[in-house]
Design a protein. Sequence first.
Length: 238
Amino acid sequence: MQSALHLIYPSQCISCRDLVEGDNALCGKCWRDTPFISGLTCDKCGTPLPGDETGEDILCDDCMTIARPWTKGRAAILYQGNGRKLVLAFKHGDRLDLAHPAGQWLARIAAPLLDSDTLIVPVPLHWMRMLKRRYNQSALLASSLGKATDQSFCLDLLTRTKRTRSLDGLGRDARFQMLADSIRVNPKRRHRLIGRKILLVDDVMTSGATLAVCAEACLAAGAADVNIVTLARVAKDV
Ligand SMILES: [Zn+2]
Ligand SMILES: [Zn+2]
């Protein structure tokens, strides 16, 4: 059945639509053009850092100066070039099919942060924005990651209590200010979080303000620990 389907609908590169071997794959050129993060990275946000891995935890300049209420963080790709193009297609271009390969990429980097008790939780989207966009891309990533790793996930553990305008273009302090108190643990789901390790999932990490507010909400509600993974990290000068 699968091979018959391939004769009718050959697999296409998820980025440029060229024909490729296997489903949900990038062609060789797009793979090379997509800035997957590897090597030495910041232990809190996943930004690539110069130098070799030493086995010791190391932080980027941002994570040394900004409060990060979570323990560890990783990112799959840099938010630039083809990485940015894929994230934008996923977020605003109705390319929901990208959730599957993105979940595989997240599974690879999230592996060291997971144990049998970890609960995977997406950063929430306000329902008004959800109506406009029709889906929460972070929830799609969280469920795809949960399925890829056979790990439990809860898509409505966190909710937005007030609508925040888009954070694009705002400075760091303005972002943190805007988000304060905007995220709550869903009282109906709180029992799932108590005493557990939470892995927060978001599509893009810019300042980290949203993730910080989510992590604080989880810890205040009784989570034992919080780690984060993002599909893409906006890095300043790499
Ligand atoms: Zn391609
Ligand atoms: Zn960092």
